[in-house]
Design a protein around this ligand. Structure first.
Ligand SMILES: Cc1cc2nc3c(=O)[nH]c(=O)nc-3n(C[C@H](O)[C@H](O)[C@H](O)COP(=O)(O)O)c2cc1C
Length: 349
């Protein structure tokens, strides 16, 4: 059934297809009756909850950052069997992002290329929306165990790297009451210079500042760091050292890649798409290698969330075997459809 829907959606430009699918999902989910039907259909059966960084996740499959950047579709997404949804990346000021087109499909590779550029409504609006979700909507969502919400935070394009820590703190403080965990995003390739924040000096300033603020709060929230798959091994070692020294709660491995090797799509078609982050199947192997490396190097001391090329239960099992505690999907959702969380949860547990 989804194969047919996908054929139709793939006739549209990717970003418009994404918006249209979310619009239809919203329409379908507009009554308690239809939401119950969807939930009965997509909720994974017999899956044990897992505890990571002190949080109980009702299953191990989440929706990666960038899918619901503005926290507009939590009610609908809660009907599709996800254990968690990571909203964002959220920045202090609203941003329009890069010029369209900025999202491209590579069907021969089961992949996407995007250069969205942190288009989002800004943290003040998004925090208001989350407050409303927590206070008015979530209490009426008929789930046995709550959907966990992650807040993925970043900096505005106009903020220099020297001042970036202020943007992260601003977003952290505004979202703190409303999300269950945080992800510090320093690894998106679509904000110029952002990935340089993975250098030790910048990273140390941002993360120690956030940890300090976190400890001053009544209830601290777990903080994860999302890294790029393109880091050199020496940089990965530095990140590991820092995460252990600061006592960060874990890593999200990983964001999209700027590499374009071993693609089936014709090279001139790929180069016409231009700059951006490549996601989906071509990311899978590098991602697993990175997870394995970090897991082995730290004897499993750092909780890992895998994000990169997960489509099937066996892809997810590969990530769990490499040391991940949770998996997240994005490109897999586009290619496999709305039953992806159920299929992976049931097939890999
Ligand atoms: C269109 C698009 C937008 C994304 N936006 C974000 C974002 O705002 N923040 C972020 O941390 N990751 C973002 N990502 C990266 C995903 O969260 C994920 O880490 C990456 O796509 C690898 O997973 P996948 O192979 O399952 O897609 C985005 C990915 C796509 C395809």
């Amino acid at each position: 059934m989804y194969k047919l829907i996908r054929k139709i959606l793939f006739l549209l430009p990717p970003e418009e297809a994404h918006q249209l699918s979310l619009f239809f999902l919203q329409v379908i989910c507009s009554t308690p009756f239809t939401r119950r039907i969807l939930r009965n259909f997509f909720e994974p059966a017999k899956v044990s909850p897992v505890k990571i960084a002190g949080i109980q996740f009702r299953n191990r499959v989440g929706l990666a950052a960038g899918f619901d950047k503005n926290a507009l579709h939590l009610r609908e997404l809660s009907c599709l069997g996800f254990g968690h949804v990571e909203i964002g990346t959220v920045t202090p000021q609203p941003q329009r992002g890069n010029e369209k087109p900025r999202l491209f499909r590579l069907p021969e590779d089961n992949a996407l290329i995007n250069r969205m550029g942190f288009n989002n409504d800004g943290v003040v609006t998004i925090a208001k929306r989350l407050k409303q979700w927590r206070e008015e909507v979530q209490p009426n969502v008929d789930l046995e165990k709550p959907l966990i919400i992650g807040g993925n935070i970043g900096k505005n394009k106009s903020t220099s790297n020297e001042e970036a820590w202020r943007d992260y703190e601003f977003c952290f403080e505004r979202l703190h009451p409303w999300v269950d965990y945080f992800v510090v995003n320093v690894s998106s390739p679509n904000t110029p210079g952002l990935r340089a924040l993975q250098d030790r000096s910048f990273l140390e300033k941002i993360l120690t500042g956030l940890q300090k603020r976190n400890q001053e709060m009544k209830k601290s929230k777990p903080i994860f760091l999302k890294i790029a798959p393109d880091l050199e091994w020496t940089q990965v070692d530095e990140v590991i050292e820092l995460v252990l020294a600061i006592g960060l709660d874990g890593l999200v491995v990983s964001n999209t890649t700027i590499r374009r090797d071993s693609l089936q799509t014709a090279p001139n078609a790929v180069s016409r798409m231009g700059a951006g982050g490549l996601s989906g199947a071509p990311l899978k192997e590098r991602n697993t290698t990175l997870l394995q490396y970090i897991h082995q190097k730290t004897n499993g001391k750092i909780p890992l969330i895998a994000s990169g090329g997960i489509f099937t239960p066996s892809d997810a099992a590969e990530k769990f075997n490499a040391g991940a505690s949770l998996v997240q999907v994005w490109t897999g959702f586009v290619y496999e459809g709305p039953a992806i969380a159920k299929n992976i949860s049931e097939g890999s547990s």
